[in-house]
Design a protein around this ligand. Structure first.
Ligand code: C2E
Ligand code: MG
Ligand code: MG
Ligand code: MG
Length: 278
């Protein structure tokens, strides 16, 4: 590793990268015990209907209450959990928590929001997924129609044979499936019409560029095309990362069905969802 004088920048870069790699490995190694100690918890973010802004669902987003580093977001550990395979257990735990929570909200009496849970490719490939989810729903006392699964394009497009059968079985049970971050991957559009899917979620990276004074910007035209594609296929469309009124208005004009983002609410504890349930 040691580099001759004058190449210090490289040595420095390597040391930094090395430290990051060590931290990654340490975090990865700590995950099984953390799961055992129940350090992972779920926050919920409202999904609203456009243009009214009424609640239709909530997305469950996992966090890690790390005893040393504090609250860690999923971008810090989901990839690691996918690499080690721990995502299967972690994902099961998130599903169980989210379904139990949704059943609690439903018991309050008002509108029962559909709870949307992210599913990693690794989970879809796991044999027994359908039985797992059916059992989790039963134990939570939640009807399958109150659960939506979110899969990214790569997770769903790379899926053939048995995993796809599993998704079909789940859809037969009444569970909804949405494609997450749509437009950022490499979807096979011809294939899309044959997938057991109910909705597309438009990635926030397309929403960021929407502005009232530029109704025909490239981003606006892309979003219009995605909404049109979804509706042609009979699918619903949810826009992610909606931060401003301007963006919400543009989305509404374009005909986007639902929206999610900081404009409405940041992800938070389940108590914060209760005030939406009246
Ligand atoms: P995602 O499923 O696309 O979730 C949306 C992300 O956008 C969340 O980040 C959310 O907090 C963030 N977000 C929401 N509204 C806004 C906004 O208005 N502006 C901006 N800039 N961001 C907004 P988060 O919570 O950090 O999650 C990141 C990703 O981690 C998720 O992206 C999802 O792919 C993954 N993830 C989260 N929970 C789970 C899980 O339980 N299982 C799996 N497999 N993946 C998960
Ligand atoms: Mg998602
Ligand atoms: Mg997304
Ligand atoms: Mg994402």
């Amino acid at each position: 590793w040691a580099k001759a004088d004058g190449k210090n920048r490289w040595a420095c870069y390597d040391a930094e990268r090395n430290a990051r790699e060590v931290a990654r490995i340490a975090l990865s190694a700590a995950m099984p015990a953390a799961l055992e100690r129940d350090e992972f918890y779920v926050e919920y973010q409202p999904i609203v209907r456009l243009p009214e802004g009424t609640l239709t669902g909530v997305e469950a987003l996992v966090r890690w209450a790390h005893p040393e580093f504090g609250r860690l977001g999923p971008d810090r550990f989901i990839g690691l959990a996918e690499e080690t395979g721990l995502i299967v257990q972690l994902g099961r735990s998130v599903l169980a928590k989210a379904c139990a929570q949704a059943a609690e909200w439903a018991a309050l009496g008002g509108v029962a929001p559909v709870v949307s849970v992210n599913l990693a490719a690794r989970q879809v490939e796991e044999p027994g997924l359908v039985e797992d989810i059916a059992r989790i729903l039963r134990e939570a006392g939640l009807p399958p129609t109150s659960l939506q699964l979110e899969l990214t394009e790569s997770a769903i497009m790379g899926t053939t044979g048995e995993p796809l059968d599993a998704l079909r079985e789940l859809v037969d049970l009444g569970v909804c499936v949405a494609i997450d971050d749509f437009g950022t991957g490499y979807s096979n559009l011809a294939y899309l019409r044959h997938l057991p899917v109910h909705a597309l979620k438009i990635a926030g990276s397309f929403v960021v560029g929407l502005r009232a004074d530029e109704p025909d910007s490239v981003d606006a035209q892309i979003v219009r095309a995605l909404v049109s594609l979804a509706h042609t296929l009979g699918l619903g469309v949810i826009a992610e990362g909606v931060e401003t009124r301007d963006q919400a208005e543009r989305l509404s004009d374009i005909g986007c069905d639902s929206a999610q983002g900081w404009l409405y609410a940041k992800p938070g504890p389940p108590e914060e969802i209760v005030r939406w349930l009246v």
